[in-house]
Design a protein around this ligand. Sequence first.
Ligand code: C2E
Ligand code: CA
Ligand code: CA
Ligand code: CA
Length: 287
Amino acid sequence: AKQRGKGNWVRFTTDLEQPVYADARLGGDLRRALDAGEFRLLYQPIVDLRDRRVIGVEALVRWHHPQRGMIPPLEFIPAAERTGLIVPLGRFVLRETCRQAAAWLTEFGPDALEKVEPNVSVRQLHDPDFVADVRAALADSGLPAERLVLELTESAVLRGPRVSQVLHEVHDLGVRLALDDFGTGESSLSLLRAFPAAMVKLDKSFVDGIEVGRPGTPETDARQAVARAVRQLAGALGLEAVAEGIENEEQVRQLRRLGYTTGQGYHLGRPMEADRITELLAGQRRA
Ligand code: C2E
Ligand code: CA
Ligand code: CA
Ligand code: CA
Protein backbone atom coordinates (compact mmCIF):
# COMPACT_ATOMS: atom_id res chain seq x y z
CA ALA A 1 0.00 0.00 0.00
CA LYS A 2 1.23 3.43 -0.86
CA GLN A 3 1.68 6.07 1.75
CA ARG A 4 -0.38 9.06 0.77
CA GLY A 5 0.32 11.18 3.79
CA LYS A 6 -0.11 14.88 3.28
CA GLY A 7 2.66 16.39 1.27
CA ASN A 8 5.21 13.68 1.81
CA TRP A 9 4.08 10.70 -0.21
CA VAL A 10 6.54 9.17 -2.65
CA ARG A 11 9.28 11.01 -0.85
CA PHE A 12 12.36 8.76 -1.10
CA THR A 13 10.32 5.93 -2.51
CA THR A 14 10.65 4.53 -5.96
CA ASP A 15 6.98 4.63 -6.77
CA LEU A 16 6.75 3.15 -10.23
CA GLU A 17 3.59 5.09 -10.96
CA GLN A 18 5.26 8.39 -10.21
CA PRO A 19 8.88 8.13 -11.27
CA VAL A 20 9.09 11.62 -12.64
CA TYR A 21 7.55 13.16 -9.57
CA ALA A 22 9.70 11.04 -7.27
CA ASP A 23 12.82 12.01 -9.20
CA ALA A 24 11.89 15.65 -9.12
CA ARG A 25 11.55 15.48 -5.36
CA LEU A 26 14.74 13.51 -4.91
CA GLY A 27 16.54 15.78 -7.36
CA GLY A 28 15.53 18.78 -5.29
CA ASP A 29 16.65 17.03 -2.14
CA LEU A 30 19.99 16.12 -3.66
CA ARG A 31 20.53 19.72 -4.69
CA ARG A 32 19.72 20.92 -1.19
CA ALA A 33 21.96 18.24 0.32
CA LEU A 34 24.85 19.21 -1.91
CA ASP A 35 24.49 22.86 -0.97
CA ALA A 36 24.20 21.88 2.71
CA GLY A 37 27.40 19.84 2.56
CA GLU A 38 25.71 16.56 3.44
CA PHE A 39 27.83 14.46 1.06
CA ARG A 40 31.02 13.04 2.48
CA LEU A 41 33.64 10.74 1.07
CA LEU A 42 34.92 7.53 2.55
CA TYR A 43 38.15 6.02 1.27
CA GLN A 44 38.83 2.33 0.82
CA PRO A 45 42.46 1.18 0.78
CA ILE A 46 43.86 -0.34 -2.41
CA VAL A 47 46.55 -2.69 -1.23
CA ASP A 48 49.67 -4.38 -2.58
CA LEU A 49 48.82 -8.02 -1.98
CA ARG A 50 52.49 -8.93 -1.54
CA ASP A 51 53.44 -6.63 1.33
CA ARG A 52 49.98 -5.31 2.32
CA ARG A 53 50.97 -1.70 1.92
CA VAL A 54 48.24 0.78 1.06
CA ILE A 55 49.20 2.05 -2.37
CA GLY A 56 46.02 3.91 -3.20
CA VAL A 57 42.46 4.62 -2.16
CA GLU A 58 39.08 4.52 -3.86
CA ALA A 59 36.73 7.38 -2.95
CA LEU A 60 33.15 6.31 -2.16
CA VAL A 61 30.46 8.89 -1.54
CA ARG A 62 27.99 8.83 1.37
CA TRP A 63 24.98 11.04 2.06
CA HIS A 64 24.68 12.07 5.69
CA HIS A 65 21.01 12.93 5.73
CA PRO A 66 19.87 14.99 8.75
CA GLN A 67 16.84 12.75 9.33
CA ARG A 68 17.61 9.46 7.64
CA GLY A 69 21.22 9.14 8.69
CA MET A 70 23.82 7.66 6.40
CA ILE A 71 22.48 6.77 2.96
CA PRO A 72 24.55 4.45 0.74
CA PRO A 73 25.28 5.50 -2.84
CA LEU A 74 23.16 2.88 -4.54
CA GLU A 75 20.11 4.61 -3.02
CA PHE A 76 20.80 8.00 -4.60
CA ILE A 77 23.36 7.70 -7.41
CA PRO A 78 20.80 6.30 -9.89
CA ALA A 79 18.43 9.19 -9.17
CA ALA A 80 21.31 11.65 -9.32
CA GLU A 81 22.14 10.26 -12.75
CA ARG A 82 18.53 10.53 -13.95
CA THR A 83 18.09 14.07 -12.69
CA GLY A 84 21.50 15.31 -13.81
CA LEU A 85 22.49 16.13 -10.23
CA ILE A 86 25.34 13.67 -10.70
CA VAL A 87 27.17 16.42 -12.58
CA PRO A 88 27.59 18.82 -9.63
CA LEU A 89 27.81 15.89 -7.19
CA GLY A 90 30.50 14.24 -9.31
CA ARG A 91 32.34 17.55 -9.51
CA PHE A 92 32.33 17.71 -5.71
CA VAL A 93 33.62 14.12 -5.49
CA LEU A 94 36.40 14.85 -7.95
CA ARG A 95 37.50 18.08 -6.30
CA GLU A 96 37.34 16.70 -2.77
CA THR A 97 39.28 13.57 -3.74
CA CYS A 98 42.01 15.64 -5.38
CA ARG A 99 42.18 18.02 -2.44
CA GLN A 100 42.45 15.21 0.09
CA ALA A 101 45.02 13.30 -1.95
CA ALA A 102 47.18 16.37 -2.37
CA ALA A 103 47.02 16.92 1.40
CA TRP A 104 48.19 13.33 2.03
CA LEU A 105 51.04 13.73 -0.43
CA THR A 106 52.08 16.99 1.19
CA GLU A 107 52.02 15.40 4.65
CA PHE A 108 53.65 12.07 3.81
CA GLY A 109 55.66 12.68 0.66
CA PRO A 110 55.38 11.48 -2.93
CA ASP A 111 55.90 7.80 -2.11
CA ALA A 112 53.02 7.70 0.35
CA LEU A 113 50.25 7.18 -2.15
CA GLU A 114 50.45 6.07 -5.74
CA LYS A 115 46.88 6.94 -6.71
CA VAL A 116 43.40 8.03 -5.74
CA GLU A 117 40.35 6.77 -7.52
CA PRO A 118 37.02 8.58 -7.60
CA ASN A 119 34.10 6.96 -9.40
CA VAL A 120 32.75 8.78 -12.43
CA SER A 121 29.36 8.26 -14.01
CA VAL A 122 29.10 8.08 -17.76
CA ARG A 123 26.53 10.86 -17.46
CA GLN A 124 29.30 13.20 -16.30
CA LEU A 125 31.25 12.57 -19.49
CA HIS A 126 28.41 14.16 -21.43
CA ASP A 127 28.77 17.37 -19.49
CA PRO A 128 30.58 19.85 -21.75
CA ASP A 129 32.65 21.11 -18.80
CA PHE A 130 33.91 17.71 -17.69
CA VAL A 131 37.46 17.92 -19.03
CA ALA A 132 37.82 21.49 -17.80
CA ASP A 133 36.57 20.37 -14.37
CA VAL A 134 39.18 17.64 -14.19
CA ARG A 135 41.90 20.05 -15.22
CA ALA A 136 40.74 22.59 -12.64
CA ALA A 137 40.50 19.99 -9.86
CA LEU A 138 44.12 19.07 -10.52
CA ALA A 139 45.35 22.64 -10.84
CA ASP A 140 43.51 23.91 -7.76
CA SER A 141 44.66 21.02 -5.56
CA GLY A 142 48.15 20.69 -6.96
CA LEU A 143 47.65 16.94 -7.35
CA PRO A 144 49.85 15.56 -10.16
CA ALA A 145 47.65 14.16 -12.92
CA GLU A 146 49.28 10.73 -12.83
CA ARG A 147 48.02 10.23 -9.26
CA LEU A 148 44.41 10.47 -10.38
CA VAL A 149 42.59 7.40 -11.66
CA LEU A 150 38.98 7.78 -12.78
CA GLU A 151 36.88 4.64 -12.29
CA LEU A 152 34.27 4.11 -14.98
CA THR A 153 31.84 1.24 -14.92
CA GLU A 154 31.99 -0.54 -18.22
CA SER A 155 28.82 -0.04 -20.16
CA ALA A 156 27.63 0.25 -23.68
CA VAL A 157 27.31 3.99 -23.15
CA LEU A 158 31.06 4.25 -22.91
CA ARG A 159 31.07 3.85 -26.66
CA GLY A 160 30.25 6.57 -29.07
CA PRO A 161 32.47 9.25 -30.57
CA ARG A 162 31.67 11.97 -28.05
CA VAL A 163 32.52 9.87 -24.99
CA SER A 164 35.59 8.45 -26.67
CA GLN A 165 36.81 11.96 -27.42
CA VAL A 166 36.32 13.04 -23.80
CA LEU A 167 38.13 9.98 -22.49
CA HIS A 168 41.06 10.63 -24.79
CA GLU A 169 41.22 14.26 -23.69
CA VAL A 170 41.30 13.17 -20.05
CA HIS A 171 43.92 10.60 -20.90
CA ASP A 172 45.98 13.31 -22.59
CA LEU A 173 45.99 15.26 -19.32
CA GLY A 174 47.93 12.34 -17.85
CA VAL A 175 44.98 11.07 -15.82
CA ARG A 176 44.53 7.30 -15.83
CA LEU A 177 41.27 5.47 -16.44
CA ALA A 178 40.09 2.24 -14.85
CA LEU A 179 37.35 -0.02 -16.15
CA ASP A 180 35.32 -0.83 -13.06
CA ASP A 181 33.30 -4.01 -12.41
CA PHE A 182 35.27 -5.61 -15.21
CA GLY A 183 33.76 -8.76 -16.65
CA THR A 184 30.15 -7.94 -15.82
CA GLY A 185 29.42 -5.81 -18.87
CA GLU A 186 28.21 -7.16 -22.15
CA SER A 187 31.11 -5.87 -24.11
CA SER A 188 34.21 -5.93 -21.93
CA LEU A 189 36.60 -7.08 -24.59
CA SER A 190 35.66 -4.85 -27.47
CA LEU A 191 35.38 -1.90 -25.09
CA LEU A 192 39.04 -2.27 -24.18
CA ARG A 193 39.99 -1.52 -27.77
CA ALA A 194 38.14 1.77 -27.86
CA PHE A 195 39.00 2.90 -24.38
CA PRO A 196 42.37 4.31 -23.27
CA ALA A 197 42.28 2.32 -20.03
CA ALA A 198 45.26 1.89 -17.73
CA MET A 199 43.67 -0.75 -15.52
CA VAL A 200 40.76 -3.09 -15.06
CA LYS A 201 39.05 -3.91 -11.78
CA LEU A 202 38.00 -7.54 -11.62
CA ASP A 203 34.43 -7.52 -10.36
CA LYS A 204 33.70 -8.86 -6.91
CA SER A 205 31.38 -11.49 -8.36
CA PHE A 206 34.46 -13.29 -9.73
CA VAL A 207 36.27 -13.05 -6.42
CA ASP A 208 33.34 -14.44 -4.46
CA GLY A 209 33.84 -18.17 -4.18
CA ILE A 210 37.26 -18.12 -5.79
CA GLU A 211 38.86 -19.61 -2.71
CA VAL A 212 39.35 -23.34 -2.52
CA GLY A 213 37.06 -23.79 0.42
CA ARG A 214 34.75 -25.41 -2.04
CA PRO A 215 37.44 -27.10 -4.06
CA GLY A 216 36.82 -28.53 -7.46
CA THR A 217 33.27 -27.31 -7.63
CA PRO A 218 32.42 -26.12 -11.14
CA GLU A 219 31.56 -22.73 -9.69
CA THR A 220 34.97 -22.30 -8.10
CA ASP A 221 36.78 -23.55 -11.18
CA ALA A 222 34.85 -21.18 -13.42
CA ARG A 223 35.58 -18.17 -11.24
CA GLN A 224 39.24 -18.98 -11.10
CA ALA A 225 39.28 -19.35 -14.87
CA VAL A 226 37.68 -15.92 -15.33
CA ALA A 227 40.03 -14.29 -12.84
CA ARG A 228 43.03 -15.88 -14.53
CA ALA A 229 41.83 -14.91 -18.01
CA VAL A 230 41.23 -11.29 -16.99
CA ARG A 231 44.69 -11.14 -15.46
CA GLN A 232 46.28 -12.55 -18.60
CA LEU A 233 44.28 -10.30 -20.90
CA ALA A 234 45.25 -7.26 -18.86
CA GLY A 235 48.88 -8.29 -18.94
CA ALA A 236 48.82 -8.82 -22.69
CA LEU A 237 47.34 -5.36 -23.20
CA GLY A 238 49.73 -3.71 -20.77
CA LEU A 239 47.02 -2.94 -18.22
CA GLU A 240 47.05 -3.31 -14.47
CA ALA A 241 44.54 -5.75 -12.98
CA VAL A 242 43.07 -5.04 -9.56
CA ALA A 243 40.83 -7.51 -7.72
CA GLU A 244 37.83 -6.13 -5.85
CA GLY A 245 35.71 -7.35 -2.97
CA ILE A 246 38.33 -9.52 -1.23
CA GLU A 247 36.78 -10.77 1.99
CA ASN A 248 39.23 -13.37 3.33
CA GLU A 249 42.82 -14.49 3.34
CA GLU A 250 42.20 -17.51 1.18
CA GLN A 251 40.94 -15.24 -1.59
CA VAL A 252 44.17 -13.26 -1.31
CA ARG A 253 46.12 -16.48 -1.65
CA GLN A 254 44.18 -17.63 -4.71
CA LEU A 255 44.36 -14.23 -6.40
CA ARG A 256 48.09 -14.06 -5.86
CA ARG A 257 48.42 -17.53 -7.34
CA LEU A 258 46.48 -16.27 -10.38
CA GLY A 259 48.88 -13.36 -10.79
CA TYR A 260 47.18 -10.48 -8.99
CA THR A 261 49.42 -8.11 -7.07
CA THR A 262 46.85 -5.47 -6.16
CA GLY A 263 43.47 -5.73 -4.51
CA GLN A 264 40.88 -4.23 -2.26
CA GLY A 265 38.06 -5.51 -0.08
CA TYR A 266 36.77 -5.62 3.46
CA HIS A 267 39.51 -8.07 4.40
CA LEU A 268 42.17 -5.54 3.45
CA GLY A 269 40.37 -2.42 4.62
CA ARG A 270 36.81 -1.17 4.72
CA PRO A 271 35.81 2.21 3.31
CA MET A 272 36.82 4.63 6.09
CA GLU A 273 37.03 8.29 7.03
CA ALA A 274 39.97 10.28 5.68
CA ASP A 275 41.41 10.53 9.22
CA ARG A 276 41.75 6.76 9.41
CA ILE A 277 43.60 6.69 6.10
CA THR A 278 45.87 9.40 7.47
CA GLU A 279 46.66 7.11 10.42
CA LEU A 280 47.35 4.19 8.09
CA LEU A 281 49.72 6.29 5.99
CA ALA A 282 51.46 7.56 9.13
CA GLY A 283 51.89 3.96 10.29
CA GLN A 284 53.35 2.93 6.94
CA ARG A 285 55.82 5.76 7.02
CA ARG A 286 57.14 4.56 10.37
CA ALA A 287 57.21 0.92 9.28
P1 C2E B 1 31.94 0.23 -6.83
O1 C2E B 1 32.59 1.37 -7.50
O2 C2E B 1 32.05 -1.10 -7.47
O3 C2E B 1 32.52 0.24 -5.35
C1 C2E B 1 32.72 -0.93 -4.60
C2 C2E B 1 31.60 -1.14 -3.62
O4 C2E B 1 31.81 -2.39 -2.95
C3 C2E B 1 31.53 -0.12 -2.50
O5 C2E B 1 30.17 -0.01 -2.11
C4 C2E B 1 32.36 -0.75 -1.41
O6 C2E B 1 32.04 -0.27 -0.12
C5 C2E B 1 31.94 -2.19 -1.57
N1 C2E B 1 32.96 -3.12 -1.11
C6 C2E B 1 34.30 -2.96 -1.06
N2 C2E B 1 34.91 -4.06 -0.60
C7 C2E B 1 33.93 -4.96 -0.36
C8 C2E B 1 33.93 -6.31 0.14
O7 C2E B 1 34.96 -6.91 0.45
N3 C2E B 1 32.72 -6.91 0.24
C9 C2E B 1 31.56 -6.28 -0.08
N4 C2E B 1 30.42 -6.94 0.06
N5 C2E B 1 31.52 -5.01 -0.56
C10 C2E B 1 32.70 -4.37 -0.69
P2 C2E B 1 29.49 1.40 -1.93
O8 C2E B 1 30.43 2.37 -1.28
O9 C2E B 1 28.16 1.17 -1.30
O10 C2E B 1 29.30 1.90 -3.42
C11 C2E B 1 28.44 1.23 -4.29
C12 C2E B 1 28.56 1.75 -5.69
O11 C2E B 1 28.10 3.10 -5.76
C13 C2E B 1 30.00 1.81 -6.19
O12 C2E B 1 30.37 0.53 -6.64
C14 C2E B 1 29.87 2.83 -7.30
O13 C2E B 1 29.37 2.22 -8.48
C15 C2E B 1 28.82 3.76 -6.76
N6 C2E B 1 29.49 4.94 -6.20
C16 C2E B 1 30.04 5.13 -4.97
N7 C2E B 1 30.55 6.36 -4.85
C17 C2E B 1 30.32 6.97 -6.03
C18 C2E B 1 30.62 8.28 -6.55
O14 C2E B 1 31.23 9.15 -5.89
N8 C2E B 1 30.21 8.55 -7.82
C19 C2E B 1 29.56 7.62 -8.59
N9 C2E B 1 29.20 7.95 -9.83
N10 C2E B 1 29.28 6.38 -8.14
C20 C2E B 1 29.66 6.07 -6.88
CA1 CA C 1 34.54 1.77 -8.25
CA1 CA D 1 33.67 -2.01 -8.70
CA1 CA E 1 29.87 -1.47 -8.97
